[in-house]
Design a protein around this ligand. Structure first.
Ligand SMILES: Cc1cc2nc3c(=O)[nH]c(=O)nc-3n(C[C@H](O)[C@H](O)[C@H](O)COP(=O)(O)O)c2cc1C
Length: 202
């Protein structure tokens, strides 16, 4: 069994989503001692944003610069790691009501027509459906369905949308929210989410 662990926070050791994604991976390692884990740290080593040059190379143009070649190889590796994974664990912080731009750059490399989705006469079809995805979600405020700010959640709702588009239906969120409301709420949210990670069905 293969697990791909992706972190996307820019806050390094102070990151809550990193703490939670690590707790989730720990739980899965305990449940499946032979699990093979691949780790991608998009904060420490970001994938470049998709550009016209990337699309041209995908259409067969010869890449001009060594930097582009290296970035193309990184993107191709991201896609292969994603395709190979049975389980994906993503640390996904909310920044400016959405996911981090590092995580978006990674998604731009794994959403590839003909590999992870295709268009058919009946509409789009996801090709990456046989995966389980667990998202470690961290956010400063509250965005639950009853909250006045619910309409501003373009983080979890986006991940649900794009992963659903790729065919993934087995999606779980382990969430710590209200992290910037106060120290007590922060501690309680992290403790509750960490305990939830430890209880996850394997
Ligand atoms: C650049 C930046 C933008 C943020 N934007 C939001 C936001 O729009 N809404 C919110 O509730 N919290 C926001 N926060 C708070 C983060 O969601 C919170 O710090 C969370 O812990 C981030 O996850 P991380 O610790 O894994 O990086 C923001 C934090 C940063 C650093």
């Amino acid at each position: 069994m293969k697990l791909l662990h992706v972190d996307a926070s820019i806050l390094g050791r102070n990151s809550v989503s990193r703490q939670l994604s690590a707790a989730i991976v720990k739980r899965l390692r305990e449940a499946h001692p032979r699990i093979e884990v691949t780790y991608t740290d998009l904060g420490a080593q970001p994938i470049g944003h998709l550009t016209g040059a990337h699309l041209a190379a995908a259409q067969g143009a010869t890449p001009e610069s060594p930097a582009l070649l290296e970035d193309l190889a990184r993107g191709a590796r991201a896609l292969e790691d994603f395709l190979a994974a049975d389980i994906l664990v993503v640390g996904a912080p909310m920044y400016n009501f959405s996911i981090s731009s590092q995580l978006k750059a990674w998604i731009d490399r794994i959403a590839v027509a003909g590999r992870t989705f295709r268009y058919t006469e009946k509409g789009p079809e996801g090709l990456a459906g046989a995966k389980k995805v667990i998202v470690a979600s961290s956010r400063g405020g509250f965005y639950g369905p009853q909250s006045p700010a619910a309409f501003l959640d373009h983080q979890e709702s986006y991940l649900r949308g794009i992963l659903g588009f790729l065919g993934i239906t087995d999606l779980t969120f382990v969430r710590a929210e209200g992290l910037n409301v106060g120290a007590d709420q922060r501690q309680a949210a992290i403790e509750a989410a960490t305990a939830e990670a430890a209880r996850l069905a394997a």
